[in-house]
Design a protein around this ligand. Structure first.
Ligand code: GLU
Length: 447
């Protein structure tokens, strides 16, 4: 097979993760790092910075052994990876999913590093996870699992070192158990060790819908550039959990027409529109099955998650798992704009195809940074002991997200690159400054 680079962007043709295959790292992490390599082509950084960002700072793999309700013991694989802390304590969620593995957690920690830098929150990146299907556990088993995991990683985390938060299939109650377990181990009250906690335990107002809200802030700020008129814009949202639901709801409030949604049980499509509010109520009372739910047209088509991605809509919002848009289906995407609220929903191979098709991808490290931004606000409130009104949280979030969106847009124009590369360039600027503030090669070589 011959390979040539695109004259426009220097991008590799559509194939997945072609580099560094021999370094022992998994595909997802290699794919993640490819984005960095592409950004470096546009924005050369010093070899020292490149070296610093090459591997995770530290990775921990643990066995989380708990007693099940029936008296038996069961072991679950758990991970915590701190990628880079040049800009501050490391920060990132904890994911519970049956597909969690070290490669995925490394990639997610890498993305967190760049995400925090794009929006300028003073953190490095980390991530954690347990390989578990939470639907198979009782609530008491879930609590034991969460507390035991914290015992296993307690030496690695702390309010000034590494600060976990929720991610897929973990919620504020899980964060509450985890923070409580950390407090028991350390014999004190350290609310800043974990964010995304229940309000009563030091959580922040506005944290629950922050990721969806932040994504909507970005899209709305770029409406003019993207030639979007909300009332004439159709949207399909993949994932109807904490992120997808709030995004759909806020876009609906802003006048956008939500025509398709899906969750892990499947999806529905109604060109007449879907009101996310009653649909959420339906989902909660019908074992998560969306089919049969109230749509504005009265009837809808039942579709799969895969079908949803290919619908003729203006904006596609992947808000579920990674690796959804790949070289196998990117050709069939009809949306004009993709707002990535999931982490890593598009592979590097698919990026090339989407770019050739003229689709604007608002990348994950910008679009979904609202969650970690309000986590930062929560941590700030915990560290100072002074709690904010929700309006203050939402206003500050909007300012940060809009500023980052404009910066990335301008960088994209300046470097004539795609928006993802521009977001990495923005992040690299901040990471380089922090790393080089300790001295450069040039400084140390001066006589
Ligand atoms: N899990 C979320 C993310 O991927 C939030 C992380 C955080 O709040 O630290 O961005």
């Amino acid at each position: 097979m011959t390979t040539s680079t695109s004259p426009e962007t220097g991008a590799l043709p559509a194939q997945e993760a072609p580099i560094d295959a021999a370094d022992g790292h998994g595909k997802l992490f290699r794919d993640a790092r490819n984005r960095l390599n592409k950004a470096i082509q546009y924005f050369p950084i010093s070899p020292d910075v490149e070296e610093q960002l090459k591997y995770p700072k530290s990775s921990l793999a643990v066995s989380v052994v708990i007693r099940m309700d029936n008296g038996s013991r069961r072991a679950f694989k758990g991970f915590r990876v701190r990628y880079d802390d040049s800009r501050g304590p490391t920060k990132g969620g904890i994911r519970y999913h049956q597909s969690v593995n070290l490669d995925e957690v490394m990639a997610l920690a890498f993305w967190m590093t760049f995400k925090c830098a794009v929006v300028g929150v003073p953190y490095g990146g980390a991530k954690g996870g347990i390989c578990v299907d939470t639907k198979e556990l009782s609530k008491t088993e879930l609590e034991r699992l969460s507390r035991t995991y914290i015992e296993q990683i307690a030496d690695m985390i702390g309010p000034e070192v590494d600060i976990p938060a929720p991610d897929m299939y973990t919620n504020e109650m899980v964060m509450g158990w985890m923070a409580d377990q950390y407090n028991r181990i350390k014999r004190g009250k350290y609310p800043g060790v974990i964010t995304g906690k229940p309000l009563a335990l030091g959580g922040s107002l506005g944290r629950t819908d922050a990721t969806g809200r932040g994504g909507v802030n970005v899209l709305r700020r770029l409406e003019e550039h993207l030639q979007i008129i909300p009332e004439k814009t159709t949207v399909a949202v993949q994932g109807f959990g904490n992120v997808g639901y709030h995004c759909a709801r806020l876009l609906h409030d802003a006048g956008y027409k939500i025509v398709a949604i899906s969750n892990s049980e499947g999806g529905i499509y109604d060109p007449s529109g879907i009101n996310p509010y009653p649909m959420k109520e339906w989902e909660q009372t019908h074992k998560e099955v969306l089919a049969g739910g109230p749509t504005l047209g009265g009837k809808h088509q039942v579709i799969s998650n895969e079908d949803l991605l290919k619908l003729p809509v203006d904006v596609l919002v992947p808000a579920a798992l990674e690796n959804q848009i790949t070289i196998n289906n990117a050709h069939e995407i009809q949306a004009r704009i993709i707002l990535e609220l999931a982490n890593g929903p598009t592979t590097t191979g698919a990026d090339v195809i989407l770019e050739q098709k003229g689709i604007t991808v608002i990348p994950d490290i910008l679009a979904n940074a609202g969650g970690v931004t309000v986590s930062y606000f929560e941590w700030t409130q915990n560290q100072t002991g002074y709690y904010w009104e929700v309006e203050e949280v939402n206003d500050r979030l909007q300012k940060i997200m809009e500023k980052a969106a404009v910066n990335v847009w301008q960088t994209m124009k300046e470097h004539k690159c795609d928006m993802r590369t521009a977001a990495y360039i923005e992040a690299l600027k901040k990471l380089s400054e922090a790393i080089e503030a300790h001295g450069t090669r040039y400084y140390f070589n001066l006589p």
